[in-house]
Design a protein around this ligand. Structure first.
Ligand code: HEC
Ligand code: HEC
Length: 157
């Protein structure tokens, strides 16, 4: 338990280094569509599409009026454009960007709405409660609190 802060510090230090030193870390292609980056990066980091299957992104885009208790207001054309981008780059889109260790846990008809409930995520993030209560972290979905390079696709351990 006591070694956890050291892990975070190590993760932050690694993430701050130039790309060349990331050989051991995990790279997950970040959102490279400007509209998606802007709209879906307003309240939290724009999550890389490879973390969820296409049907999850479609479900999330369909239910924007009740998005985890928030309402995301968006013109229909923009929603359609963002959905097309997310589905086209999803974990099951066959682009090679998907995360096989995450997709493995998704049932063939499963429509997960959260990355942070995937067993692959939970296994890598089995931290004590007080870590999640840290005011700098607050919620599991706050990737950048620990992965300072997350926005560029780096999830170093
Ligand atoms: C108005 C603020 C807001 C906007 C804009 C927004 N979200 Fe969210 N989103 C939230 C909140 C609040 C949560 C829940 C965070 C939590 O519980 O930690 C969330 C959670 C999520 C999660 C689940 C994260 C997890 O726990 O794995 C996904 C996926 C997601 N949002 C996708 C999107 C997408 C795609 C867009 C763009 C269309 C978007 N969000 C735009 C507020 C927003
Ligand atoms: C409280 C800090 C914290 C938060 C918040 C957090 N992570 Fe992590 N994450 C870590 C640490 C530390 C590790 C390394 C775990 C290990 O080595 O056992 C890790 C590992 C990972 C890995 C595996 C890296 C590898 O090399 O296999 C991925 C992918 C990942 N995190 C994604 C995410 C995503 C996506 C989010 C947000 C939805 C997130 N993390 C939020 C601390 C965090």
């Amino acid at each position: 338990m006591a070694r956890f802060p050291a892990l975070i510090v190590a993760a932050c230090l690694l993430a701050a280094m130039p790309a060349i030193s990331h050989a051991g870390g995990k790279y997950v292609a970040p959102v490279d569509d400007p509209l998606t980056r802007k709209v879906c990066g307003e309240c939290h980091m724009a999550f890389p599409p490879g973390f969820l299957p296409g049907r999850s992104w479609s479900a999330l885009m369909r239910d924007l009026s009740d998005h985890f208790g928030e309402e995301v207001v968006l013109p229909a054309e923009q929603a359609a454009q963002i959905e097309a981008y997310l589905v086209g780059h999803a974990g099951d889109a066959g682009t090679g960007r998907g995360l096989r260790d995450f997709m493995r846990w998704v049932a063939p008809d499963g429509v997960p709405r959260r990355i942070t409930e995937n067993p692959a995520f939970l296994r890598e993030h089995d931290f004590p409660d007080r870590v999640w209560r840290d005011p700098k972290v607050v919620t599991k979905s706050n990737c950048q609190a620990c992965h300072t390079g997350a926005d560029r696709g780096w999830f170093d351990d």
